[in-house]
Design a protein around this ligand. Structure first.
Ligand code: BGC
Length: 772
């Protein structure tokens, strides 16, 4: 049963009517972020009902001591947690002595809107107090894209049937908790604070790692648009500062409180100057004013939409779904800082600790490559480059040597912080995704110098890992890779997972190719890089070649498909369609033991490899493997349907492609998995984008050339998307049997549509007709 209490609209997410049961879900869905910080859509005023509070500052985390029943050598000491940080939106309101709390007053005309076009959240309602007083509230807020350490809110109160006293208490509160704290401790301790009339700040540090965050606030009041002088009193408590002011409100007039909060962290400022800098920023925001700030912020969003929007004609629900995904991705990562990355839940919840997973390279990177300046995607790559040292240390801890790197499955600063043996030690395929990310970046941007400056070091370290992780089987007379977990986490400790073996040999092969290419293009720089990593060119490449040529790949000869792992055919070969619907999702109904023995696949595994390395497979191979694996797949990871949607579109399975796409496009808006209250599936949103652009739009890169093999769903009249490609900026419109490509960029674009090559110069367009 889908849970769609939200209205459909092309640019807005709309909730009408107050239902407290939806509050924690809406707190996720209406989340705001600007790359530097983010927050759940908690209320400004006090709320005594069920709520999940979340304000997050990018890059600030807490190493919570690992809690695990059975310790295994090699486990990390801690699990990183994204921290619920200072509540900067707080604004307590009392009307004629009665507190405004949506859990206690009668609420009518409740309306909440996430305006995706201009990046703000707005809420309005009428509060009817027990004493008969009624006020109308309109609360608007945003996290500025322009001043990205500032959040601003406007809160207007109109007495509807009385005149009386309103008391307002804007505050900043660091006395906050994480819901997922292992030992129920609070993670912040106060550093300093100050509250005086009209201003306040509070600074706190994390109890471990000493991250410091400082928030400063300013505020103003206007009556029907005219500024009113405020005389406020002030107070402080541990980790908390406030101002209080009162005013007499006349019936029918509107009283607008604006609040400006600067939230700065020691990641970007020296700790000793944090309070000062926060106060200066808050003051500047106050001077600029809410409306001017919002106008600038809205313009910045328009600029983002100009290069990242997708229009779907003829399907409002799909239109809203895709814009929601693009909006959330752009809220999560803006690419200005290579120390930051994309957690599976972004800034919308605590699950997955805000940490980086292989999701970034496998799913998110293509979105940023196609819709943002190349520096944005490059920063995602540099994030891993900077963590190479830690990945080498991580591999050393597990017994690898000679500069081999194992990137963590879950990380904040490069250290592994996941502690389930089957994932920490075995889900090593993540290393392949990191190498693949470099490949993807270079083939999209043609920035080959990146390889010699940064990429090659990472590739060599990963290849060294693979070379040591395999062993030669005398029995098979081939190399094997034992004891791994592939992307399908419903199998553990398997031998010769096809995907992992394939990514391993592909990495080694491509690394050798890159070395050759660099010899021609950047010979001097190459020498320096190889010296830096102590590369024994002859010996190491000989070993890699041997592995590449003699790796074992399990194969099912009868059906001519790649086998997910050794022994896969011993399983009872059933299809997911035969499962009892009441037992799905199986991860909520079956024992883990039963899941592991079953044939059912959590997410694309062999098909993930085929998707990544599509250039190596013909359509018939893709089809055979799709036909074999998709029916056995239960898609219990949100990252699964997108890969299937793309491959289905590629092999002409239009209905299947659309069915798979539907499972990802409104996952959170319709709360498919009944877990949206925990936060949004940010990384799988990139998967939805992939389904539309790479699936229906048919965009792919084969041998470094841009190709389109469009497959517009029959449910849609038209699809329009943007694509940045090597200095060209393509606006692509797809209709039944027709494709129009406009080039708004600076470079000529070359691309292939259904096998025919086209060139489009800047400022020009090409119309292509084809049979469908
Ligand atoms: C998936 C992983 C993914 C993680 C975070 C898991 O459920 O199986 O592939 O990296 O979620 O999104």
């Amino acid at each position: 049963m889908l849970d769609n209490y939200l209205e459909q609209d092309a640019w807005r997410i709309i909730e009408r009517g107050w239902n407290p049961l939806n509050q924690t879900k809406s707190e996720s869905i209406f989340s705001l972020g600007n790359g530097r910080m983010g927050q759940r859509a908690n209320f400004e005023e006090d709320y005594s009902g069920e709520t999940f509070q979340g304000n997050y500052v990018a890059g600030v985390y807490y190493p919570d001591k690992t809690k695990v029943g059975w310790w295994k050598n090699g486990y990390p000491e801690y699990f990183a947690k994204v921290l619920n940080a200072v509540n900067w939106i707080g604004l307590r309101i009392a009307v004629n002595g009665e507190k405004l709390d949506l859990n206690t007053v009668q609420v009518s005309d409740f309306y909440r809107e996430l305006n995706m076009q201009h990046g703000y959240l707005q809420r309005s309602f009428i509060a009817n107090f027990a004493n008969g007083n009624a006020v109308k509230i309109v609360a608007t807020r945003f996290l500025s894209l322009v001043d990205d350490e500032v959040g601003a809110l406007s809160y207007s109160i109109t007495p509807l049937n009385f005149s009386g006293e309103i008391v307002a208490i804007p505050y900043l509160d660091f006395d906050v908790e994480n819901e997922d704290s292992n030992y129920e401790e609070k993670f912040w301790e106060e550093v300093e604070k100050s509250a005086t009339a009209g201003k306040a700040h509070v600074c706190a540090r994390t109890k471990k790692l000493d991250f410091q965050v400082c928030a400063a606030m300013r505020f103003a009041l206007a009556e029907d648009g005219n500024a009113v002088t405020i005389n406020s009193s002030f107070a402080e408590k541990l980790n908390y500062v406030e101002n209080t002011f009162a005013f007499t409100a006349e019936e029918g007039k509107s009283y607008r409180i604006t609040k400006y909060s600067a939230v700065l962290s020691s990641l970007n400022h020296t700790a000793s100057n944090l309070a000062n800098a926060a106060n200066q920023l808050a003051e500047k925001a106050l001077e600029k004013g809410f409306d001017a700030m919002l106008a600038e912020h809205a313009a910045a969003w328009e600029a983002k939409w100009n290069i990242s929007d997708i229009e779907i004609d003829g399907d409002i629900s799909a239109q809203q779904g895709i814009r929601f995904n693009i909006f959330q991705l752009n809220q999560t990562f803006t690419g200005v800082d290579a120390r930051l990355n994309i957690g599976p839940k972004g800034f919308t919840g605590e699950k997955y600790g805000g940490s980086t997973y292989w999701d970034t390279e496998a799913y998110c990177l293509p979105f940023y490559l196609a819709t943002a300046d190349p520096s944005v995607a490059k920063n995602l790559l540099l994030y891993r480059y900077k963590q190479l040292g830690k990945a080498i240390e991580n591999a050393e801890k597990l017994g690898f040597k000679n500069g081999a790197a194992l990137y963590p499955m879950v990380t904040m600063n490069g250290e592994e912080c996941h502690n389930e043996w089957e994932i920490t030690f075995e889900e090593i395929h993540r290393n392949g995704a990191i190498a693949y990310g470099i490949f993807n970046y270079v083939r999209h941007t043609a920035d080959r110098e990146y390889l010699v400056d940064y990429g090659l070091e990472v590739l060599i370290a990963i290849s060294r890992f693979w070379a040591q992780r395999v062993n030669f089987s005398e029995a098979k007379q081939e190399y094997v890779m034992l004891g791994v977990t592939g992307p399908n986490e419903y199998e553990n400790n398997v031998n010769n997972n096809w995907y992992t073996n394939r990514l391993a040999t592909w990495t080694m092969d491509w690394t050798m190719e890159v070395i050759k290419l660099m010899e021609e293009e950047f010979p001097e720089k190459l020498k320096t890089t190889l010296q830096k990593v102590g590369f024994a060119t002859v010996k190491e490449t000989k070993n890699w070649q041997d592995i590449v040529h003699n790796m074992h790949f399990p194969f099912y000869t009868e059906k001519q498909v790649f086998l997910q792992q050794e022994g896969f055919l011993d399983k009872e070969l059933r299809n997911a369609a035969d499962l009892n619907p009441a037992e799905r999702p199986i991860n909520q109904h079956w024992s883990w033991d039963r899941i592991l023995r079953s044939v059912f696949i959590k997410q694309a595994d062999v098909l993930q490899g085929i998707y990544f390395l599509e250039h190596q497979f013909d359509r018939a191979t893709i089809r055979r493997n799709f036909d074999f694996y998709e029916p056995k797949t239960v898609h219990e990871s949100s990252l699964s349907p997108c890969v299937h949607a793309i491959l289905a579109a590629r092999i002409g399975y239009d209905e299947k492609a659309y069915e798979m796409y539907l499972r990802t496009s409104r996952l959170d808006l319709d709360d498919y998995n009944k877990e949206v209250h925990e936060g949004l599936h940010i990384t799988s949103m990139a998967g939805t984008w992939l389904s539309v652009v790479q699936g229906f739009g048919g965009m792919h890169i084969i041998k470094s050339r841009l190709r389109f093999d469009p497959a517009l769903p029959k449910q849609w009249k038209a699809l329009k998307f943007n694509l940045l490609w090597r200095g060209s900026n393509l606006l692509i419109k797809l209709m039944k049997g027709k494709m129009v490509v406009e080039n708004h960029g600076e470079n000529q674009a070359e691309f292939i549509v259904f096998g025919i090559t086209y060139f489009v110069n800047p400022g020009k367009k090409e119309t292509i007709l084809f049979d469908v």
